[in-house]
Design a protein around this ligand. Structure first.
Ligand code: F6R
Length: 347
């Protein structure tokens, strides 16, 4: 197999145990994060908040997608997730702007941060350090400081989601209910741990050697995005996802010929919109004969938070077992490191 020249490929015997520990600690991380969320220091803003902007990339950006999905309807003001270099023009003194970067050194997030400063927005940074922390402190902005020392921001998703929710709570934009649901999710994950790992191993066996295609309901996209990102970064695989009903209006037509190298995963929740569920059932019948394989994966748990975090954890384990099958180190992200190094040479 030929690979990109800058990769110093590691073989199976050097596969890090570290990611396994980080994933296994996810329920514990949620517990720690719940304590952290309560202790967030938030100085009241002089202006009424009318919108929330959450900026971040990769493992630090996806926390914003989860926050939007979990409390978007409850939040008193709309939540906008931003994954680029620029802050939207509408940002002003009525905006709560959360800058999320685990390392604190992600250039896109730093660029947004710089643009926020003159707008009068209420800026809160969620980070473990780096430039973001230094600059936030210099400006006197509030910071939700995450525990440092984790090698992979993507393994800090629990901190990221709960800390961002903590900021929304401190700003009195949401109630405390979500934290009770996260605590229930934590208990569910502890209770089901062995079963989740067993289920993940089976799913990984089913996906190994194939291109995963993930489909889910549009209001549950963050989970599919997380699975996709974890397959990319941990298992070093390509993967794509789409949501229903939108997929029914375009991508469905692309399913015409046999695609035996593809495996479809239907990420489903018992409370999916009934018409979306009906669409999934019909589309599954249409495409199952074309794809190499097709499986349904239902979430478990009573509340949306439980169901979401259940699937997050399951997907993290699937990505870990896929890394084992692919004989790659789930921790290393040499491609991203290489890109960042090359970018640093261009000013
Ligand atoms: C690495 C990872 C990446 C980073 C991204 C942004 O584990 O998941 O997706 O999250 O490159 O870096 P941070 O999170 O430090 O802002």
């Amino acid at each position: 197999m030929s690979v990109a020249p800058y990769l110093r490929l590691q073989k199976a015997q050097t596969i890090s145990e570290h990611m396994e520990q980080m994933i296994a600690r996810f329920p514990e991380q949620l517990q720690e994060a719940l304590g952290l969320a309560e202790s967030i220091v938030y100085h009241k803003h002089a202006h009424v908040l009318r919108q929330v902007l959450i900026s971040g990339l990769g493992g630090s950006g996806i926390g914003g997608n989860f926050v939007q999905e979990l409390v978007g309807n409850e939040c008193k003001v709309p939540i906008w997730v931003n994954k680029g270099y620029n802050a939207p023009r509408w940002v002003g003194r009525n905006t709560l702007a959360i800058c999320s970067s685990y390392s604190g050194n992600t250039e896109e997030t730093l660029s947004v941060f710089e643009q926020l400063t003159p707008t009068g927005a209420k800026v809160v940074c969620v980070t473990s350090g780096g430039q973001l922390l230094t600059r936030a402190q210099a400006q006197g902005f509030d910071v939700a400081t995450l525990p440092g020392g984790w090698s992979s921001p993507r393994a800090c998703l629990g901190y990221s989601i709960v800390a961002q929710l903590g900021v929304l709570r401190a700003a009195q934009l949401i109630s405390k209910r979500i934290f009770r649901h996260i605590e229930a999710a934590r208990k569910l994950l502890v209770r089901e741990q062995d079963d989740i790992r067993e289920r993940a191993q089976k799913i990984a066996g089913f996906l190994a050697g194939r291109l995963p295609v993930l489909y889910c309901a549009d209001n549950r996209e963050a989970v599919a995005l997380r699975w996709r990102q974890q397959f990319n970064e941990n298992a070093k695989m390509l993967c794509w996802h789409h949501v229903l009903p939108e997929m029914n209006h375009n991508e469905l037509v692309g399913w015409r010929e046999q695609q035996r190298n593809m495996a479809i995963v239907w990420l489903r929740h018992r409370d999916d919109h009934p018409r979306v569920a009906a669409r999934m059932d019909i589309v599954m019948e249409i495409v199952r004969y074309l794809a190499g394989a097709s499986i349904e994966v239902y979430s478990r748990g009573k509340t949306p938070a439980e169901r979401t975090l259940y699937l997050v954890h399951l997907g993290d384990w699937v990505s870990f077992y896929l890394a084992q099958k692919n004989q790659v180190d789930p921790v290393e992200i040499q491609s991203i490191d290489h890109l960042k190094a090359e970018l640093a040479k261009i000013r």
